[in-house]
Design a binder for this molecule. Structure first.
Ligand code: T4K
Length: 417
């Protein structure tokens, strides 16, 4: 290990070697912008004593996000899940809504929370997004909408989905949590369907610590969502809609504005990291990094690797386990699919039968750390670990007990160094 890169089986931490990293590398380590500028904004907020309830920073954040998404309305919220819940309510969804299972569980929960049944639809094996050819088969008389997810920032087949929605008179909502700053056919994500929702959680490339937003072109829908975000208050003593407290606060908006100031830099860093991984993993049999359409704008927020176990000689879970021992906390986003999580697993025990692609693909993918917290040097090390694991897959297979794998990443979850 002369160059600090691991080549031999014994170099690997899982086989007794020293872990490659002293401090864990996380998927989702937040990007922090210019701290001085952020402190200035914080001071300004405290000087003005306007901390929340539609202050000037939230308004500025909404204007800038709306402009990037190319829509007239942005309603900033305290997180992406609340944004989904409000959008679902404001659109009047009820009964059943068709949604992919291969997503973060918040997508399904936002429906179930309002006692709307998420009807899980399979994904397209190439895009990993909801398969529009399967959507029509899932429609029943109780269906009121489709909730697509632009997974990892890669767009859904919006053309086909809008056709189905129009034909069957369904609302079309997108969970665009991963897709801020991305385009599809040259048009900004945020501008498709009846409405779209972003997440600005700390783990997203533009973050407001916690935060989200609803984007729409529909004036009436925007007005409703805005009221619902603030308990339904029209004026001080007049409530016209059932509402919740979904407001973004001023400190979060200041964080968001400071993030936006650095947006080109964050994207460029993600893009450079993405290509370093592509290069570093290119010659490893059985491994491929999911691609982004270079003709479009992408945020490259997720570096996702697909493992073909037959070719690699090692499965996804073992690779994740080997990386965890090196303190590289790769994540299996979004294994095992919502239909295998509660309460959905109990409600629909046989859902997997209709989700063969989800079942297969969710066992093959993992995400690697990116963002401003990692650079070329770390990526080279990570790639070499993976290459060594694949090279010695036979020997490793005999040493590693698969039963140990399930808890591997969970054990590191809260050890954010
Ligand atoms: N729809 C989709 C498709 C989504 O992906 C999400 C959120 C939502 C809806 C809902 O949006 P929000 O309501 O969250 O705005 C994380 C995020 O919490 C979640 O926002 C995100 N998706 C999801 C993909 O990832 P977990 O449970 O995996 O989080 P956790 O605590 O394991 O953190 C992820 C990693 O980030 C850790 O390895 C440590 C690192 N980290 C995290 C935080 C918060 C840091 O280094 N520093 C930090 O401050 O869900």
């Amino acid at each position: 290990m002369q160059d600090g890169l691991k080549d031999q089986l014994e170099d690997l931490a899982i086989c007794g070697g020293t872990p490659a990293f002293e401090t864990p590398l996380h998927v989702g380590a937040p990007n922090i912008g210019d701290r001085d500028r952020l402190r200035e904004r914080f001071d300004d907020i405290f000087d003005r004593r306007c901390l929340t309830n539609g202050g000037p920073y939230v308004q500025e954040f909404e204007e800038r996000v709306a402009k990037i998404a190319g829509v007239p309305h942005c309603i900033a919220t305290c997180n992406g899940t609340l944004a989904l819940e409000i959008a679902i309510k404001a659109l009047g969804l009820s009964g059943e809504v068709i949604v992919p299972s291969f997503t973060f569980v918040a997508t399904a929960h936002a429906l179930q929370w309002q006692e709307i049944t998420p009807v899980f639809c399979d994904i397209d094996p190439d895009t990993f997004n909801i398969d529009p050819n399967r959507v029509a088969e899932m429609i029943t008389p109780r269906t009121t909408g489709i909730l697509g997810v632009h997974l990892w920032g890669r767009p859904c087949n919006t053309q086909m989905l809008v056709e189905v929605a129009r034909e069957r008179n369904l609302k079309l909502l997108y969970d665009a949590s991963h897709a801020f700053g991305c385009t599809h056919r040259g048009r900004a994500i945020g501008s498709f369907g009846d409405a779209e929702v972003f997440s600005f959680h700390a783990t997203k490339f533009i973050n407001t610590i916690e935060g989200g937003a609803i984007l729409t072109k529909n004036d009436e829908l925007a007005e409703k969502a805005r009221l619902m975000r603030n308990f339904g208050f029209v004026t001080y003593d007049n409530v016209t809609h059932v509402g919740t407290n979904g407001k973004m606060n001023e400190l979060s908006a200041a964080m968001g504005l400071t993030s936006l100031d650095h947006m080109p830099h964050f994207i460029e860093t993600n893009r450079a990291n993405y290509w370093s991984y592509r290069k570093g993993l290119a010659d490893i049999p059985g491994l491929s990094v999911i691609s982004y359409d270079e003709r479009e704008e992408c945020n490259y927020q997720y570096v996702v690797v697909e493992v073909d176990e037959d070719e690699a000689g090692i499965d996804r879970d073992r690779i994740v386990q080997i990386l965890a021992a090196e303190r590289v906390l790769a994540r299996r986003y979004f294994y095992p699919g919502c239909h295998r999580m509660e309460p959905y697993r109990s409600y629909f025990p046989h859902a997997g039968l209709l989700l063969p692609v989800t079942e297969r693909q969710s066992g093959r993918i993992f995400s690697l750390p990116t963002g401003t917290a990692v650079g070329e040097e770390e990526i080279e090390k990570v790639c070499r670990i993976v290459a060594t694991a694949v090279k010695h897959s036979d020997a490793l297979g005999q040493r590693l007990d698969k039963r140990m794998i399930a808890g591997t990443t969970a054990g590191y979850r809260h050890r954010v160094a």
